[in-house]
Structures are given as structure tokens and as C-alpha cells.
Design a binder for this molecule. Sequence first.
Ligand code: GLU
Length: 488
Amino acid sequence: MNVRLRFAPSPTGVLHVGGVRTAIYNYLYARRMGGKFLLRIEDTDPERSKEEWIKVITEGLSWLGIKWDDEIVFQSKRISVYHKYAQKLLKEGKAYYCVCTEEELEEEKKIQRLQKKHLKYSRKCLNRSKEEIEELVKKEGRKKAIRFLVPEGQTEFKDIIHGKIKFKNEEIEDFIILRSDGSPTYNLACVIDDHEMGITHVIRGDDHIPNTPKQILLYRAFGWKEPEFAHLPMILGPDRKKLSKRHGATGVLEFKEQGFLPEALFNFLVLLGWSPKDNREIISKEEMIKIFDIRDCRKSASIFDRQKLLWMNSEYIKMKDINELLKASLPFLRMEKWWKEEFERDLEYLKKTIELTRERAKVLKDIPYLIEYFYKEDFGYDIEAIERYFADSRVFEGLEEIKSEFENVDEWSQTNIEKVIRNVADKMDVKHAFLIHPLRLAMTGRKVGPSLFALMELLGKERCIERIRRVIRELWGYVPGKTDIKKD
Ligand code: GLU
């Protein structure tokens, strides 16, 4: 079968993670089946639909590498089509005009509430004669909406994820398909478009389950074949409440700003509701396209675990092609006050600093901090480390010795650097760590970081010697807790 799927967001706000996961599942299934993945913008509400939100959607999808096929379908450009089909239903007696005012409808509901009845339109206008309706239009200036006449019986469908779902039609009111201002409602526009776009599978959030019987009734009224439906369970916060801003769950582009890699977010979101048979967690998009099946999706809600996302992102940072990682890191570096344009002249050096430190990055935003000391000479020293590693004055003797030995090193390599340091420690009869820790502080100002020898090689001989000089100058005679020293 030639499958056709679509993602149909309403451009009324940021593209949040729930929406993106829906897009991803549609995309993956379409690719898996060798079908099409289409994008439809449901912008029929002129009050709430905004151009900027459309941009957020297309940018968000593009950033995640979710490519749609064909032209984007905009519902706002298809209003006449919806009118044509609404008229068709009207002519066939499957829909009827309604001129009830807000007040009338409110009054009805009030009575139903008092009688503890199911709230449902009374079909007042179905029982009004044509003349009566026209008179209300003429005399009172009322506007005509069109309601769908829900037939008797029951409507059921087999949801791919949830199985059989049944609705009694008597519980469904004659819903409006065309508002009195001429705008179509979601259910009408959605059915017409899904039909005209040849959609074979509708994958969407399970908040739409109550809409599905209405849509099925419309398909049947038009005499069209309905697509298969798969309703995805919700994504919840760690407190099992609906995911919201409170949880730091934000629009997809905010993840970009926070330094997440698109492939990591993609991978993470796919696993919120689906997992491969072998329960692996790091899976490339290409592989997912080979194995993803909407039929294997879980019925229960998934929890959005930010820690796991951070872990996954760090894994992707470790794996990423270094040239690409460099490119992705640049915007974050450029945001730093200390970053200078001239640093970008030596991209090879920059690449090496990233290569050396990427293991410690959870998000791209960590990278500037991680490589800062490769560019700055006037960094501060970690106070705790000073107190820990410089309390014994023999450290300074060791550093002096290392410094002079370094002067004689011709080939500045990790191995030679290491040799010097270990020899000096052995000569002094101290543990190697006795000198390695203070050296790390001298080189980076920090307690932890990548391999000391590797980072010293990269810094180069002159800078290493100068940094040893500086640490001796600044810390010599320092009594922990008494002397004022430079801090970050
Ligand atoms: N515009 C609807 C939404 O954003 C589309 C639902 C559907 O996929 O049918 O929820």
C-alpha cells in the first residue's frame, strides 16, 4: 500500500515536544513504509493563527531533520473547498442551518445542567422551518452556521494503538461544521483535507480521540474511505501531570538554544512511547526508519525525563563528527564575552580543544566553559584546589623543577611532558599526583578536566611554562584562607 501521512499543527503557539513527537512518528512511519510525509498548517482561526508560529513549526521540523514531501498545505487557502463540501451535506439533508444565538445555547445548557442531563444541542434549528430560519436572519440579522446531523447508532473504530473504541452516537451532539462567520471547524476541514490529500494513516495525540467518531461520521456522510487511526498517549512530567512549562518542557527551538543536538532530541522523543525490540537507547534516525512500527507503540503515557535527555545529548556530543560539532558549537562560543573573532582564524586549534573536552559536555552550551582556558591566560584558580594541593611548599620546588626541565624539551609531546613530570616526582620521592594536581590548577585553574598531558601538549611549551610561572608568582607564600588571591 502507498501510505501517506501528515503532520497537521495549528500555528497558535510554540511547537512543543508532544507535537514534535507526533511529527516524528508520522515521519518515521511514512519513511519506513516508503510513503509520503506531508505537512498541513491548520490555520483557519485568524485570531489565534500567527505567521511567526508557522515559522517556528517549519524551523523546528527542519532543525530536527524532519523533511516533509510536497508543498505545505495551508487550510486558510482552502476555505471555499470547505464551503463546497458543507453545502453538499446540506443539500443531501446530512447537515442543517442553525441560527441559535449564544444566549439561546447557553440557556439550553443551563436547563440540561439543572436536569443533570448530558449537554447536547437540542436540534432546535432542525425543527425550525426554512421560512422561520430565513425570517430570523432577515429580521434579527442572525447569521447561519451549519451543523452536522449525527445519525443514530454507534460509531466504532479500531485504533492501531488502543484497539477497539466505541462511541454511542446519542452522546455526540450535532456539531458545527461551518461557523456563522463562514470559517470551518477543525473536524470538517481535517476530514476534507485528509481525504483530498489521500491520507492513509492519522497519527495524533490521544486528546483527539473524542473527535475521531465525529470525523468517521463525516467520512461516511461523504461516502469516503476513512484512514487508519493511531492515537498517541500523552507525555507527562516526572510528577505525572501533563507536561508544561513548569517542567522546563518548552518549545523545540528552546532545546536548540539550550544546546541540545537535534539528533539527540529526535532519538529521545522517539523513545517516549516506542522502543526497539532489543531495548537499545541510542539509535540513529536511519536505523529507526528501518525498524520503527507504529503498531509497537505503548498504550500508556510516557514520562519526560530531562536527566535522560541530558545523558543522551552528551552521548551524541561524544559521537558527533568533530567538524560538525565545531560548527554547532560556534554560535554558543560567539555568545561569550571573552570570545574574539580572531580565535576563529585557527579552526584546527579550536577543533582540538573541543575534541579534548567534549566528553564532559552535556549540552553545547557547556563547551565555551570547557575550552575557556585554552584561550584565556587570566583565569582564576579554584580556591578549594589551592587549599588542597598547594598547602605543602614543596609543590613549588617541584613546579620550578618541572619548568626548567620543560625548557630543555625539544619535542613537545604528551609522552615527553609526562616523562618530565613523573621523573621530577620520582626524584622528589612524592606521588605523581602530588605534582599533577597543582599542575592542572596552573594550566586550567580547575580541579578536573581532560588528560593533563594532552591539554599541555595542545597549549604548547611556551604557554605551559608561562602558566607555571604565573601560578608560582601568584600562590607563593599563600597561606590558605589568609591571602587574597585572584578568583573567578
Ligand atoms: N491541528 C490539530 C492539532 O494541532 C491536528 C490534529 C490532527 O492531527 O488531526 O492538534
